[in-house]
Ligand binder design. Structure first.
Ligand SMILES: [Mg+2]
Length: 242
């Protein structure tokens, strides 16, 4: 019997791809306007700094998601004053993304149906708690979630098993009584499967090499559109009836 469904957040409850593109551009434009650094060049620094921060901090440290730290490193690279710009840039990125949140079609109806059935609903996401809670609030979905687990709280990132084990401490259930829904074939699907959970892959945001990896992992449940989850008065996550 399924007792709980956990959802990833970015590109699962809303389009992160769209929001981050706009946030990156706002970052670049700020650099151009204030420091005369061409927008595209600043955006390249921003991307490069993300990879350097992952290298420096390691992927087990959720601090690498911080846009303020990333902005600070971009300013340092060019010998520009860190303050107040690191704070302003970090907030500018997130404010731009938050102002452009677009909820996934059909997700609210699915959450409503799960809630009505008495299923425990969680969000399990790689990122820091402050911004993730704010996103869910702005999406108008806060009332559906029994818990929101972010990787800084879990002290472990997806796809590592520790993240999923930590999620289980939020309720009384075994991994096989839980389902994880997410877009990322590695973090969400491999990670939850490896931790003994059921999983359903949300396929609206395809990435290169996903199909091959999905085949390797033997992914059984796919969701192309949340509207297909509710049919004949029942709830399905891929082939899995809840
Ligand atoms: Mg995601």
């Amino acid at each position: 019997m399924i007792k709980a469904v956990f959802f990833d957040l970015d590109n699962t409850l809303y389009s992160f791809d769209k929001g981050t593109k706009l946030g990156n551009r706002a970052f670049g434009e700020y650099f151009e306007k204030n420091f005369g650094v061409p927008c595209e060049e600043a955006m390249n620094d921003w991307r490069e700094m993300m990879n350097l921060e992952i290298e420096r901090l390691g992927i087990h440290n959720a601090a690498y998601h911080s846009r303020i730290i990333r902005a600070k490193r971009c300013l340092m690279k060019r010998g520009l004053p860190q303050n107040p710009h690191a704070r302003i840039l970090g907030n500018l990125y997130w404010d731009t993304l938050l102002d452009n949140l677009e909820i996934e079609d059909g997700i609210e109806e699915l959450l409503k149906a799960l809630k009505k059935k008495g299923i425990f609903i969680g969000c399990g996401t790689n990122m820091t708690a402050e911004i993730q809670h704010e996103k869910i609030h702005r999406l108008g979905l806060e009332k559906y979630f029994d818990t929101i687990v972010c990787s800084d709280e879990a002290a472990e990132e997806k796809p590592f098993k520790g993240f999923f084990d930590y999620c289980l401490t939020m309720l009384d259930a075994k991994p096989e009584e839980c389902v994880f829904v997410g877009d990322d074939i590695e973090n969400d699907i491999y990670g939850s499967k490896n931790a003994g959970w059921n999983c359903a892959w949300y396929t609206k945001y395809p990435k290169p090499r996903n199909e091959k990896r999905a085949e390797e992992l033997g992914v059984e449940n796919r969701i192309n559109n949340y509207r297909e989850c509710l049919r004949d008065g029942k709830i399905y996550l891929g082939n899995l009836e809840i």
